[in-house]
Design a protein around this ligand. Structure first.
Ligand code: PEP
Length: 251
């Protein structure tokens, strides 16, 4: 059985005062039935760990460099995130792929670095609107999965997040049938790529998940949770999503 995961990606939002929202998630929305993760900006990771330690909310990074240390001004390594107390790191978010030209190979290298540091890598993939309109969605996500999964990926150290680029931050979501189609295809591809691990790897959906649509998305087969951007910034919204996940059928 796969343990469900609600992961919040704060992106470049959040000052120290906003950690009160993370504390409110931990205090007001404890859900022993699922894992909850908040990925604040790198500047807040250590403070978030201090404020949330011992509670039900884990802390992750939003990106890491593919090497452990070196002359890479402004970058953060997986080892540094782990040292700050993070347990997870998002890699290959479409905003990183678009803004920083990250390739599947870069994403795989970052996931390898995450694993070496003892972090769970949340590997993001998803099609653009043009790719969907061209009927290329399944081919695109299959290629991204094959190219972004590192050697040594397991159900314990890797989570996959399907995030259609056109659904991120737009308020638009695929139909439930479209989500099911992609998640089923990803599970099948995982069975080919990681035969002994595939059924344990969690598949998250991400892209405009809100309290109002969370329950129906979480009822889709092979959706094991969500990667949530905007709606993770406020405890009430993220808490409602976590509650919907906790109430969803077991995977
Ligand atoms: C994201 O950035 O991963 C995301 C899913 O954002 P939003 O929920 O705001 O669409």
């Amino acid at each position: 059985m796969r343990r469900k995961l609600a992961a919040g990606n704060w992106k470049m939002h959040g000052l120290a005062a906003d950690l009160a929202e993370a504390e409110a998630v931990a205090r007001d929305h404890p859900r022993p039935g699922c894992d909850v993760l908040i990925c604040p900006p790198a500047t807040l990771v250590a403070r978030a760990v201090d404020r949330l330690s011992g509670g039900p909310v884990a802390v992750g990074g939003q990106d890491c460099h593919k090497t452990e240390k070196g002359a890479h001004t402004g970058d953060v390594s997986a080892a540094m995130l782990a040292d700050a107390g993070a347990t997870h790191v998002i890699v290959g978010h479409s905003e990183r792929r678009a803004d920083h030209g990250e390739t599947d190979a870069d994403v795989a290298a970052k996931a390898t670095a995450a694993h070496a540091a003892g972090l769970i890598a949340i590997i993001c993939l998803g099609e653009t609107e043009a790719q969907r309109d061209a009927g290329e969605t399944l081919a695109v996500v299959a290629a991204q999965l094959a190219g972004s999964l590192p050697e040594g990926a397991t159900a314990a150290n890797t989570v996959i997040a399907y995030e259609p680029v056109w659904a991120i931050g737009t308020g638009r979501t695929p139909t439930l049938e479209q989500i099911a189609e992609v998640h089923t295809a990803l599970r099948e591809r995982l069975r080919a790529l990681l035969p002994s691990e595939a059924d344990g790897v969690r598949l998250l959906y991400g892209g405009s998940v809100k309290p109002g649509n969370a329950a129906e998305i979480f009822a889709v087969a092979d959706v094991d949770g969500a990667l949530v951007g905007g709606a993770s910034l406020k405890a009430a919204d993220f808490g409602a999503i976590i509650a919907a996940l906790d109430g969803a059928p077991a995977a």
